[in-house]
Design a protein around this ligand. Structure first.
Ligand code: ATP
Length: 389
């Protein structure tokens, strides 16, 4: 790691409070020899947003972040922060700071001095109050005299955060900042990070391959794949309205069943799936003609013992339970359908639902509003193996 990467002090001019400091990437491309890592990216991150770049390993998210930090120069395109064009500005001249997974704390300095570092570099001597406020913000006030090795991983990451935030950057870049923490601590830190971002109001751009992490914290998530943004939106919007098979599979899990559109009945698309008629709202149809993938999330599907559910709306009959996994809060079933496909069904363990065993004949159904339809030209398995990589 270079000195720029470790220290980029984010000279706070103009400050985070300056109005109209959206981060705008226009046609940003990065090529390494003949390989295109980031392909003609257009992106606006509104000032004060908690924005996540989410995607599998190698999709170009870190390269994008490094171009915003000034650690990589775009092959083409422009990066603006408010009125300022920062495309070719030196990293230390950008009002941007980065927090890395590796913390990069100075081991020989106390926590207080680590956090004070950026201010001292700017020539400030009266730093006590600001450092103490920052340590309070990350709830480490009582640890100011310790050295980094005397803190836990989560605490060290909070020091790294305080050290970056004290410079009052306009944009804080977070590159898999929780990657080194165990799962429980990660979940705690996600809530912490969200609280801190709300409190300081600085734009956070967070890079992660963990979809749950992105959805927990960010108000806007951009799903990246192969150097491109596949889809961008609020977490719930992305989850409920995936427009590609990659997004449907990478963000949570989806059942995608081959079907053929029979017709459109006002706001509803009617699809034939292996002789059964399924319906879905037109508003959730990325495709409403010809061959389609009929999508439904596993938690939206209900299982019933074969022949016990008379309602034929969005019913698929003739399944056999092929796997049962009890995972505490829910039970995850696989039902093998007559055409050989296994459909996932997640049922909450509320105690109110029936239980099923391997070999049970079952029917599946769901309310039409929970159907989404995707273009059948896409690979139904796109993004499947990549989840959580
Ligand atoms: P990860 O989560 O694994 O870091 P990522 O989505 O952040 O993945 P990038 O680090 O942005 O991906 O890399 C995107 C692609 O560009 C990868 O295929 C990577 O091998 C390639 N790449 C990145 N940096 C360089 C470089 N300096 N020289 C050549 N290729 C590079």
């Amino acid at each position: 790691m270079s000195a720029d990467e470790m220290t980029a002090p984010g000279l706070a001019s103009p400050t985070a409070d300056a109005p109209g400091s959206d981060l705008v990437l226009t046609g940003v491309t990065k090529r390494f020899a003949s390989f295109t890592a980031v392909d003609n990216l257009d992106l606006t991150v509104p000032q004060g947003a908690f924005f996540a770049l989410l995607g599998p390993s190698g999709c170009g998210k870190t390269t994008t972040l490094r171009m915003v930090a000034g650690l990589e120069e775009p092959t083409a395109g422009r990066i603006r922060l408010g009125e300022q064009d920062i495309t070719r500005l030196k990293p230390y001249k950008r009002p941007v700071n980065t927090v890395f997974q590796s913390y990069a704390l100075f081991p020989h300095m106390t926590i207080f001095e680590n956090v004070a570092f950026g201010l001292r570099r700017q020539g400030k001597s009266d730093v006590k109050q600001q450092v103490e406020e920052m340590l309070e913000l990350v709830e480490l006030g009582q640890y100011s005299g310790r050295r980094p090795t005397q803190l836990s991983g989560g605490q060290q990451q909070r020091v790294a955060l305080a050290r970056a935030l004290i410079n009052r950057p306009q944009v804080l870049l977070l590159d898999e900042p929780l990657g080194a923490l165990d799962l429980k601590l990660r979940r705690q830190m996600q809530i912490e990070l969200k609280r801190i971002q709300t409190e300081v109001g600085i734009t956070f751009v967070h890079v992660t391959h963990d979809q749950e992490e992105a959805m927990t914290m960010a108000d806007t998530v951009a799903v990246m794949n192969g150097g491109l943004i596949e889809q961008m939106g609020a977490p719930m919007d992305l989850y409920e309205h995936p427009r590609t098979t990659f997004v449907a599979n990478f963000l949570g899990q989806s059942n995608l069943i081959r079907g053929r559109v029979k017709g459109v009945d006002r706001d509803t698309v009617v699809v034939d799936v292996q002789g059964s008629t399924l319906r879905g709202p037109r508003a959730r149809a990325a495709s409403d003609g010809g061959e389609v993938w009929v999508g439904v999330r596993p938690e939206k599907v209900f299982l019933s013992h074969a022949g016990t559910e008379e309602d034929d709306t969005n019913a698929l009959r003739g399944g056999v339970v092929s796997d049962v996994s009890f995972i505490g809060v829910s039970t995850q079933y696989l039902a093998r359908m007559p055409w050989g496909q296994e459909i996932m069904v997640f049922e909450q363990n509320t105690g109110a639902r029936e239980r099923f065993s391997v070999g049970d004949p079952v029917d599946l159904h769901w309310v039409p509003e929970h159907t989404f339809l995707l273009d059948a030209d896409q690979d139904a398995l796109a993004g499947v193996e990549l989840e959580g990589v």
